[in-house]
Write a protein that binds this ligand. Structure first.
Ligand code: PLP
Length: 481
């Protein structure tokens, strides 16, 4: 070893994982950096201009042996990373579904990291489990979801990382509940989210046991086809097990007839899961409850993502189940090292028994902070604005002879195309995303290539929606006026 270099065990090489004064100083810098980033967003392009592999090639191939400064890291963040990001919080982001964030949510996330707790069992952090149960029940009440999902009853609510994980857990519980061991079958509409097929595959369902039910012209699951598929399965010796009704499909925001689907599912003893990942939080406005929560009293599980349009940063999926027992009998495995007096007493919820991982982040903090610091009234006003601006945008599209609406606004999502056809529409979308500063994505609606406009970005205002139309119409050679 060259003279003067510290040995791996010397004091000079030892770590100080938390120096309070340094943390205060660095923390202020990071908070300032984040505030500057958000302020800079409107002036940025939404999409980066990078080639595959370009970033990796500019990063060192191996980790450093000796510490570098925050200054070094931030310099690389500014130089290498940020220019190669898609800016999801940009006011011109209209693609996919929004992935909101907000100051209270970011601070909640920071506090969660700062506390560094692990809430896998009630005993490992009682307040984390109990705050989660209470806050998720606050949200249940705000959404008008039924008492069967209420805290303290046979069911309850929790936060998972994603709608996909929530669905997977419910699917496994549903399979456990099927009375006889005949081949269990999963049903979702042809327009249901990819997480239905993915979850069923992970749970070991063969392709033939995953049935995609046809949709009607508005993209809603055909209940007659569902009933026929289930009867066919029963006649063939298979067991209807799990039905996913989607409230707000990803392509066009279609809402399946949940109540009718629930009745068919019940007839066959199948579990009804409602995937309201995107649309669910709109039920915070009473006027949208008819659309969003209808039939929820027939559901065994119902999930939505405050991490889409409700100002809580990713990840925060709220899942309510009607029977805690059903989920726990499927998922609980309690080796001695996870047993606690409180858990054994049955008086508490050990949330790790309701999810795939053992470990749990303290996600309730950010939801708590958004609900307290932003408040239900302002959250409702946002939903109403998004719905109104989407309708305004759709009216502009409909008034332009070059365009047609492919699916009318569903809450804050509308799809449209050029009358000139799929090729022209795809070419238009790629031009619009190139000239920016907007980002929209596409889907298939019926057999058409559709451009989707999903309104709901954290910073998006009415002017941004109108500007998006001007950009689109301009790129199509229309006036946009
Ligand atoms: N379900 C629907 C209808 C969705 O639109 C999405 C994502 O956009 C999901 C499920 C999956 O969400 P997550 O990323 O939370 O798994």
């Amino acid at each position: 070893m060259p003279a003067g270099e510290p040995s791996e065990n010397s004091d000079a090489g030892s770590v100080r994982p938390f120096d309070a004064e340094e943390f205060r100083r660095q923390g202020r810098l990071v908070v300032d950096w984040i505030a500057d980033y958000w302020t800079s967003l409107p002036a940025r392009a939404v999409l980066p201009d990078v080639e595959p592999g370009e970033i990796a090639a500019r990063l060192p191939a191996a980790a450093p042996e000796t510490p570098q400064t925050l200054h070094d890291v931030i310099a690389d963040l500014d130089r290498l990373i940020v220019p190669a990001l898609t800016h999801w919080q940009h006011p011109g982001f209209f693609a996919y579904f929004p992935a909101n964030a907000s100051a209270p949510a970011i601070l909640g996330e920071a506090l969660s990291a700062g506390l560094g707790i692990q809430g896998m069992l009630w005993t490992t952090s009682p307040a984390a489990s109990e705050l989660e149960a209470v806050v998720v029940d606050w949200l249940r009440q705000l959404l008008g979801l039924p008492e069967r999902f209420a805290r303290g009853g046979a069911g309850g609510g929790m936060i998972q990382d994603s709608a996909s994980s929530g669905l997977l857990c419910c699917l496994v519980a549903a399979r456990e509940r099927v009375a006889d061991a005949r081949t269990p079958v999963v049903y979702g509409s042809a327009d249901a989210h990819s997480s239905v097929v993915k979850g069923a595959r992970i749970a070991g369902f063969p392709a033939a046991a995953i049935r995609r039910i046809a949709t009607d012209e508005a993209g809603r699951m055909r209940v007659d086809m569902l009933a026929a598929a289930m009867e066919e399965d029963v006649a063939a010796g298979r067991s209807p097990c799990f039905v996913v009704a989607t409230v707000g499909t990803t392509a066009r925001g279609a809402v399946d007839p949940v109540e009718a689907i629930g009745k068919v599912a019940r007839r066959h003893g199948a579990w009804l899961h409602v995937d309201a990942a995107w649309a669910g939080t709109a039920a915070i406005c009473p006027e949208f409850r008819g659309t969003v929560t209808d039939g929820a009293e027939l559901a065994d599980s119902w999930g939505t993502n405050p991490h889409k349009s409700m100002l809580v940063n990713f990840d925060c999926h709220c899942l309510w189940i009607a029977s805690r027992h059903a989920l726990e009998s499927a998922l609980t495995t309690k080796p001695e090292y996870l047993r606690t007096a409180a858990g054994d007493s049955g008086a508490v919820v050990d949330y790790s028994d309701w999810q795939v991982p053992l470990g749990r982040r303290f996600r309730a903090l950010k939801l708590w902070m958004v609900l307290r610091m932003i408040g239900a009234r302002a959250l409702r006003a946002r939903v109403r604005d998004h719905v109104a601006w989407t309708a305004e945008f759709a009216a502009l599209v409909a008034a332009d002879a070059a365009f047609e609406i492919l699916s009318p606004p569903s809450l804050s999502l509308v799809t449209f195309a050029l009358r000139a056809g799929d090729g022209a529409t795809a070419e238009l979308l790629s031009r619009v995303n190139r000239v920016g500063p907007v980002f929209l994505s596409h889907a298939r609606v019926g057999n058409r290539y559709a451009i989707r406009l999903a309104v709901g970005g954290t910073l998006t205002g009415r002017a941004d929606v109108l500007e998006a139309w001007k950009t689109i119409a301009g790129a199509a050679g229309s006036t946009g006026a």
